[in-house]
Design a protein around this ligand. Structure first.
Ligand code: CMP
Length: 141
């Protein structure tokens, strides 16, 4: 079993799709190991997405990710990183496969309902970004 980080983004939380997305993830075989509701500050969003800081969509992305609450969570499964990326589908819902989270619930390429880590290394960094060791251990000692 390995872990990855997912974030149900502000568009999906704001439009009442979070419960359905969580059910979809659990139904796809993921165990939720830790979860919280939070609202990112601009500084946090800039840091989390710093790899995209030169991209034209960076500032709109920061504005979107700080526009309302989101739900970061640690998910566990066999090959969690690759499996979650398969379950959520392509960044752009117009290109996402049928039955994927983004095909079902995303609005567009930016407001795309969910984030998933893209490698085991980034999953570790991203999990640590949102959850302290104490928080992780307090849920599953
Ligand atoms: P995410 O998986 O969270 O990683 C980076 C995010 O940037 C991505 O989902 C989208 O929300 C956003 N993004 C990526 N490419 C574009 C784009 N071309 N235009 C607007 N937003 C984008």
């Amino acid at each position: 079993m390995t872990q990855t980080l997912a974030i149900i983004k502000p568009d999906a939380v704001g439009s009442g799709k979070a419960g359905r997305i969580l059910a979809h993830l659990e139904g796809s075989g993921f165990k939720v190991r830790c979860m919280k509701m939070t609202r990112l500050t601009a500084a946090q969003a800039r840091e989390f997405y710093s790899v995209h800081k030169e991209r034209p969509f960076f500032e709109p992305l920061v504005a979107f990710m700080t526009s309302g609450p989101c739900l970061p969570m640690v998910l566990e499964a066999d090959g969690a990183v690759a499996r979650l990326r398969e379950v959520i589908g392509s960044t752009d819902p117009a290109e996402a496969a049928d039955g994927t989270v983004r095909k079902l619930y995303a609005e567009n390429k930016e407001r795309n309902a969910i984030h998933a880590s893209d490698s085991d290394e980034n999953a570790s960094h991203e999990i640590a970004f949102f959850f302290s060791r104490q928080e992780l251990l307090s849920v599953f000692p």
